[in-house]
Design a protein around this ligand. Structure first.
Ligand code: PLP
Length: 401
């Protein structure tokens, strides 16, 4: 039985007036509305799957990161239930105190084995993994080089570190080379990049980045959030696929997207992880995520190993879909993966396109500033192993029509 979610009661008249110190919020919200930047939160009923019911309207779901279809997989639910029965639901403390359960220990081993590295550290979210790791690796005497399209969690980690931050043009290694040269006197230089960029589906030039980092003796940290489980023969990500394991020093990923669970991880050299255990504040000062979630993520890693056909099928379908769109003159930029953007430019046009697609039964979110720069709004199609050929053909028709 799907559970019923009642809408909250309307706020009482007394609650509708903001206290004076917060009165500015009304004006700022009105400006967001005028610029088509209001973000509605819809209530989903039921599991993530190829279909999704949002606010009671069922649509084909092109708006989740459930790339391999594991988020609603009963095998993860069973693993979580078993762990919850054995270890209770809440972790009860930070990992350093008493929150690091057997389920977390098994998950960290499974992540390290998947990535073929010495050790891994699991965080309550990928966002926390990124911010904490960057701030643990760089400080006021250092310089961080950050791709201009990096995810917000990398950007916030840079800010948190208090290092000087140099933003380089998207995937522009000539510019990065010069910028690294110009900062040769810094104590440490850290290059951070997504491997698969979450908004436009482009891929970082990993082999060249490794070479650049090696030449400048810089640390190279990559965020594989959208690549974990999807790329590479073992499914560990784009670093594996590019054969760059030796050149990337710090690998972050999430358990929350293709793996269908929740949490983030950092993986690499054993002493890197030992250092993070002493300096990564979001790991030290935050309750470990529930053991049941760790057990579900460990099960998903086993499924990634056992079911390589899911990622192969997904990437093959994604390539066909992009080719189909190109043949219909729907531009998808430089996308090279399961994330396919249809750039509209203005936020208003993105909202209009998403509305048109929704009217035809397709949920495709409108991505607008601050997720993308002003003028770079888009409708982002996220493909999943769960989609049928008919789903993709129907969406291509709707986008071209
Ligand atoms: C590139 C990237 N890194 C990190 C994160 C954060 O991961 P999580 O959702 O597990 O906190 C996201 C989430 O959307 C992301 O897109």
């Amino acid at each position: 039985m799907p559970c019923r979610i009642e809408n909250p009661p309307p706020p009482s008249a007394a609650a509708t007036t903001l206290p004076e110190p917060l009165a500015w919020i009304d004006g700022d919200l009105a400006r967001l509305a005028a610029d088509d930047l209001v973000r509605p939160r819809r209530v989903r009923t039921g599991k993530q799957s190829a279909r999704v019911s949002l606010d009671g309207i069922e649509m084909v779901n092109f708006g989740s990161n459930d790339y391999l279809g594991y988020a609603g997989d009963v095998r993860l639910t069973k693993a979580a239930s078993k762990a919850a029965c054995a270890e209770g639901f809440g972790a009860g403390a930070s990992p350093l105190v008493s929150g690091h359960s057997q389920a977390h220990e098994a998950l960290e081993r499974a992540v390290a084995d998947l990535l073929a590295v010495e050790a891994a550290l699991v965080f309550p979210s990928g966002f926390a993994a990124n911010t904490a790791t960057i701030a643990a690796l760089a400080g006021a005497d250092d310089v961080i080089f950050s791709d201009e399209r990096n995810h917000a969690s990398l950007i916030d980690g840079c800010r948190l570190s208090r290092a000087r931050v140099v933003v380089y043009p998207h995937r522009d290694l000539t510019a990065l080379d010069h910028l690294l040269d110009a900062a040769a006197a810094a104590r440490r230089r850290l290059v951070v990049t997504d491997t698969l960029f979450s908004m436009d589906g482009t891929v970082a030039p990993l082999a060249d980045l490794c070479e650049l980092a090696r030449r400048h003796a810089a640390i190279l940290m990559v965020d594989e959030a959208h690549a974990t489980g999807v790329f590479g023969a073992r499914g560990s990500g784009l670093v594996e696929q590019a054969g760059c394991e030796g050149g990337v020093h710090v690998r972050v990923g999430t358990l929350s997207k293709a793996l269908g669970a929740a949490g983030g991880f950092v993986a690499g050299h054993g002493r890197l992880v030992e250092w993070l255990r002493h300096r990564a504040r979001a790991w030290i000062f935050s309750t470990a995520h529930p053991p049941a979630v760790a057990a579900a993520a460990t099960r998903a890693i086993a499924l990634v190993a056992a079911e390589p056909e899911r990622r192969r099928h997904l990437l093959a379908r994604a390539a066909e879909f992009r080719t189909d769109l190109a043949a219909r003159n729907v531009a998808t930029g430089d996308a090279a993966a399961q994330i396919v953007p249809v750039v509209t430019g203005t936020a208003t046009a993105a909202v209009a396109l998403a509305g048109r697609l929704a009217a035809r039964g397709y949920f495709v979110p409108a991505i607008r500033p601050p997720s993308v720069p002003a003028g770079g709004s888009l409708a982002r199609v996220s493909l999943s192993w769960l989609h049928s050929e008919a789903d993709l053909a129907g969406l291509a028709d709707a986008l071209a029509g």
